[in-house]
Design a protein around this ligand. Structure first.
Ligand SMILES: [Zn+2]
Length: 841
């Protein structure tokens, strides 16, 4: 079902998906809109905390209606979220969400910026957030974003005046934006930035308010709005055949891993922004009032404006190339102005417009999407002029050491192709997101190269310069090397060209659980980044563990192929945990990193190179009940984890649920958010409750309290809330210390709540029938105790359990206590059954 939904969403946004990966093929109306934007010299910076916080309606309106250069500064990359479309979590989820933001901006016309702040998980208050973020660094990055982007207007998504009302990251984003507004023009603030950027004074700061800030639409109607500006964000764009709201829905539907695929809306709709500080508004109509947004804003700009406004006024939709002589005139004048900010910005825009008007097609396509240091790669170059404009290809540079002189007149619509070779530097480092290159802290990414801070992604390592003479003006167009290829079932595809290590290795399981002291075989996969890879591999391990053999030979004939090796791990006799990591020796080089591929249709293919390590955990665990049916909800790896501790786990879909199927299981475990994501599970509740009454156990993991698809979550009264405990070290108090779930077969102690990761849990129940026994109590600092994290009810001969504890996070992190507690949940009442079965034998 989930797949089906996803398919529908993907179909809806297929237009933008193809644009996400392929080069643009702009139409006349798109060229015209680019000229309109070229002729608007004003900018807006939108500030919030996470990918998907941004109001795409407003960003799209600023970019497409007002024509302002618009950017979204997301303080984080959203690593702390959940993933609805795949297994990636933490930093890999951050990579996906970074790309989803870029995909959204390709739709709404904005740009994307970040800080080094890490989305470490939920925090309830900005004080809590700033205990984990390095405030000075994040503020410095917001100041840097303002100095680099130079916005006239800043709009905060969140209210800086209401800490505690929303996610702490949200309020913090607004607070830091307020502070940075005042600091950006102060030369004594972060002076080290000033050798690569210059101070800047934004004109005004707004808050993107809404009725929900006031509790209800009625309350908002009564609010004094003299300080507010309104926009009709439902405005229709005939050139696009779409209204602003429809475009915004397409943009926010890029956040697929967060389940943001949504319907579009049409018709007039009002959006509000509230003036917070800066130069007071002269009228409430125009956020740019008092700001010169014409070409006369810059010294020497007036003459450029005269040319470009004339083109906009008299745009030739049938033959845009007719404007090239005038565009070149403007281009030459632009090169003479002193203001480097505007010169750089507008030159870039103007070049794209000239390229589009001439119907230029410039491509450097490698024969592979992967190469290693020292490689030589075939590259096909294509150069095409689709206009009557006289254009000469002077040379192609950057592809090898030499500048290849060509001197070819490009005839209209004649394709010129060249085969060249690209020599990869011997010391080229693998392509990976720059913010993941070095290990950071819980709250901050580490970025050693200052010039990368704020950039959405790592700059492309290999690009090709096409040096053209257009009429008599030399212009260089730089294109990244890509791979263009086709698949019979997908059509034409594009992939970024990337550098990978010549050898990478991973242990198949991230966490290997030993439920007893039996040895286990582990699978190690070595991947060759080049042909004829020869070497050997060993596994580093903690002292009290042993791994055999000590070394194995690696021999792989072809690039891209993998070799699978089996090692045997011997755990110690007592409870213990540690890290093991593979090292491949090739010649005098060691490789200890893993190559991760992220491949989704709505974002470009990503490769990430991360240290390869797996956690080994020797558990002291006992368990009863063997066969588990698992109903996947939003997706989690709980089934794999339970398999690791010796359970037989079978995935079942709601359609398969009937008394006969259920009778095969000792317990049914419901995956996270199943009642939020599965449409037909609600119709199977009675059968599940009957299964419990007959002696089965049913464990329901967290569901969100809103968008629940059933009122009938449990056989007894049970109400979910938004209660959560975000401090993973919060004290856990035992409300029912003698309950079996804390004693049998594993004695649960405080030690079992040590080493938890990210949070204790979320969406706890806050109301339940007397049949339920609350087991644990916990709370975040300064809050009242929350007792609904683990509730057990006896129902007939079995047990119904609701738990908001984050087992889905703790299992993949190999947290021993989480396994022991879950084993107890599954074992409830099972000792009797086990004993009686034994008697029958
Ligand atoms: Zn958020």
């Amino acid at each position: 079902m989930q797949k089906h939904l996803l398919y529908v969403v993907l179909t809806l946004v297929s237009l933008s998906i193809t644009q996400a990966q392929k080069p643009k093929t702009p139409s006349s109306s798109e060229i015209y809109e680019s000229i309109q934007k070229l002729n608007f010299l004003g900018s807006v910076l939108y500030v919030a905390a996470h990918p998907d916080d941004e109001n795409t309606r407003l960003i799209s309106y600023m970019s497409n209606h007002i024509k302002a250069r618009t950017a979204y500064l997301s303080l984080t990359r959203g690593d702390g979220g959940q993933n609805l479309i795949g297994p990636e979590l933490r930093e890999l989820l951050g990579v996906i969400r970074t790309q989803e933001l870029l995909a959204a901006r390709r739709v709404d016309g904005g740009e994307q910026l970040f800080t080094r702040a890490n989305d470490f998980g939920y925090s309830k208050h900005p004080d809590e957030t700033l205990e984990i973020w390095d405030k000075d660094k994040v503020l410095s990055d917001v100041v840097l974003a303002i100095r680099n982007f130079k916005p006239d207007i800043i709009i905060n998504r969140f209210d800086h005046r209401t800490p505690g009302r929303t996610h702490g990251h949200h309020t913090t984003s607004a607070m830091l934006s307020m502070e940075a507004f005042d600091l950006a023009n102060n030369k004594t603030a972060y002076p080290e930035q000033l050798d690569r950027t210059s101070p800047w004074e934004p004109k005004r700061l707004f808050y993107n308010t809404s009725w929900w800030r006031y509790g209800s639409k009625e309350a908002f109607d009564k609010v004094d709005k003299t300080n507010m500006i309104t926009f009709d964000i439902g405005t229709y764009y005939p050139l696009k055949g779409m209204s602003n709201n429809e475009l915004a829905a397409l943009a926010s539907s890029q956040h697929l891993c967060q389940g943001f695929g949504r319907l579009s809306q049409r018709g007039s709709q009002t959006e509000y922004i509230e003036f917070l500080k800066g130069t007071p508004l002269e009228n409430n109509e125009n956020i740019f009032s008092g700001i010169n947004t014409t070409w006369s804003r810059i010294e020497g700009g007036k003459a450029i404006g005269t040319i470009l406004y004339n083109i906009e006024e008299n745009f030739n939709f049938k033959n845009p190339s007719a404007h090239i002589p005038a565009l070149l005139e403007a281009y030459k004048l632009l090169q003479k102005i002193d203001n480097t900010h505007w010169k750089t910005l507008k030159t870039k825009e103007l070049k794209v417009i000239i390229e589009m008007c001439a119907g230029l097609y410039l491509e450097a396509s490698a024969s592979t999407n992967w190469a290693t240091a020292g490689d030589v790669v075939d590259v096909s170059l294509e150069v095409l002029n689709r206009s009557e404009t006289p254009i000469k290809l002077l040379s192609i540079a950057n592809i090898s050491d030499i500048n290849m002189s060509k001197n070819i007149n490009l005839e209209n619509n004649t394709s010129y192709t060249f085969k060249e070779v690209l020599k990869i530097d011997d010391n080229a480092t693998p392509t990976t997101p720059y913010w993941l290159d070095k290990k950071g802290t819980l709250g901050m990414y580490r970025v050693d190269d200052n010039t990368l801070i704020g950039k959405p992604e790592s700059p492309r390592r290999y690009t090709v310069d096409f040096n053209l003479l257009i009429e008599n003006t030399p212009i260089t167009f730089t294109k990244p090397v890509i791979q263009r290829f086709s698949k019979p079932d997908k059509g034409e595809l594009y992939r970024p060209f990337e550098i990978i290590p010549e050898a990478s290795a991973k242990i198949k399981e991230n966490v290997i659980i030993f439920e007893n002291n039996h040895q286990q075989d582990i699978t190690v996969i070595v991947k060759a980044g080049r042909d004829n890879l020869e070497g050997d591999i060993e596994i580093c391990h903690p002292e009290d563990w042993n791994i055999y053999p000590k070394k194995q030979k690696v021999s792989i004939a072809h690039k891209g192929e993998e070799q699978t090796l089996i090692f045997t791990v011997f755990p110690p006799t007592n409870q213990s945990e540690g890290l093991i990591s593979p090292i491949v020796h090739v010649g005098d080089k060691d490789y200890s990193k893993e190559l991760i591929e992220i491949d989704y249709e709505h974002i470009p293919f990503q490769t990430v190179v991360l240290p390869s390590e797996s956690k080994v955990v020797r558990l002291d665990i006992k368990k009863y009940g063997e066969n588990i049916g698992y109903i996947q909800g939003a997706g989690d790896v709980v089934p794999e984890s339970l398999q690791q501790i010796g359970y037989n786990v079978r995935s079942i879909t709601p359609d398969e649920i009937d008394a006969e199927t259920l009778s095969r299981f000792d317990a049914i475990v419901v995956g996270i958010r199943a009642y939020n994501t599965l449409d037909n599970l609600q119709f199977k509740q009675q059968q599940l409750f009957d299964f419990v009454a007959n002696g089965g156990n049913m464990i329901v993991q967290y569901n969100t309290s809103y968008r629940l698809k059933t009122d009938n979550l449990s056989p007894y009264n049970l109400k979910l809330s938004r209660d959560r405990v975000t401090d993973e070290n919060a004290e856990v108090r035992f409300l029912a210390p003698n309950h079996d779930v804390l004693n049998f077969p594993n004695k649960i102690t405080q030690k079992d709540f040590e080493g938890w990761t990210q949070e204790r849990g979320l969406y706890f129940a806050d109301e339940w029938g007397s049949e339920f026994c609350p087991i644990l109590s916990m709370n975040d600092k300064g809050e009242t105790p929350k007792n609904g994290s683990l509730l057990v009810a006896k129902h007939g001969k079995g047990h119904y359990i609701y738990t908001g504890l984050s087992f889905f996070r703790e299992f993949p992190a190999g947290v021993s206590g989480a396994y022991r507690l879950f084993a107890n949940m599954l074992s409830l009442g099972k000792d009797d059954i086990r004993e009686s079965l034994k008697l029958e034998d």
